[in-house]
Design a protein around this ligand. Structure first.
Ligand code: CUA
Length: 158
């Protein structure tokens, strides 16, 4: 088949653009992966209880980090460990959470905290709550029969 040189140029340009497009979408897909955007690290979900920091759920003061406290949460059907998190008002808190079984949610009503907890992944979110109060933590991913009863509490204290 004979191609005019301009047709050839546009063909090369078109194929080249397609390759660039596929590379970009491929790279984006690779970066986003299939895990929730808040989850960076992987974990063996069957050994969560043995792996730090999840072997010690709760709120811990930390030193030398960009945040003041770490709130470590383990979700499983159909509860959160611990059932209550208490943090001082205005403190910078890193929420670190994972699931031991199925996908759960971790949404703190009235705040911008909203994570998806997927077994095998560690979800993290750093934020500051500037208002004293009791905030309901709810599971916002359907996880089974006890989904509607799955909740805990964030207490922000003075
Ligand atoms: Cu856990 Cu819904």
């Amino acid at each position: 088949m004979h191609l005019h040189k301009y047709e050839k140029y546009w063909l090369v340009f078109g194929v080249g653009s397609l390759i660039v497009f596929l590379l970009i979408t491929g790279i984006m897909a690779f970066h986003n992966g299939s895990h929730p955007p808040s989850a960076k690290n992987t974990i063996n979900h069957e050994k969560v209880d043995e792996i730090a920091p999840f072997n010690n759920p709760g709120v811990h003061k930390v030193e030398g980090k960009d945040w003041d406290y770490e709130a470590v949460v383990v979700a499983s059907a159909f509860y959160y460990d611990p059932p209550v998190l208490e943090v001082p008002v205005g403190a910078k808190v890193k929420f670190i959470a994972t699931s031991k079984d199925v996908v759960h949610g971790f949404g703190v009503a009235g705040t911008n905290i909203n994570m998806m907890l997927e077994p095998g992944y560690v979800s993290e979110y750093v934020t500051t709550v500037n208002k004293v109060g009791e905030y309901l933590i709810v599971c916002n991913e359907y996880c089974g029969a006890g989904h509607a009863q799955m909740h805990s509490m964030l207490k922000v204290v003075d």
